[in-house]
Design a protein around this ligand. Sequence first.
Ligand SMILES: [Zn+2]
Length: 140
Amino acid sequence: MEPVVAQSVRYAETCQDCGADLECCGVQVLAHGCVQWDVGASCTACGFAIAVCFGDIPSERRAQLLAEHGAATLRVIGPSAKKRVVIMRVLRAELGIDLVSAKAALGSVLNGDHSGTLPEMELLARKLRASGIAAEAARP
Ligand SMILES: [Zn+2]
């Protein structure tokens, strides 16, 4: 089993029950071959508490993750960079993109500028390694 990779951010929202500040903690987790976004929140005023799992990460929380933890970069190492078709196939499947976008993504991966959150890049690196490509997620 590969280790779990997780990054978290804290933020405040408004409690839907009493209007006080809700303390929220969002965690982006890579586990069991997928990246998920889990949120736990509790209100200090009324005790309202919620936990939401398996959601999509909102873009503002993703931006916060990148700002607080830095961006990770996906790298393909050595002769694996020549296996362009295999890399593109993995990128298309994992990112859900078309062929034209996959070609652009391939270019940025090979240039070392394909970046994102650490759990996202680690997932891509693992999927690439599973297809025989030497890849790693470089931590910020
Ligand atoms: Zn409340």
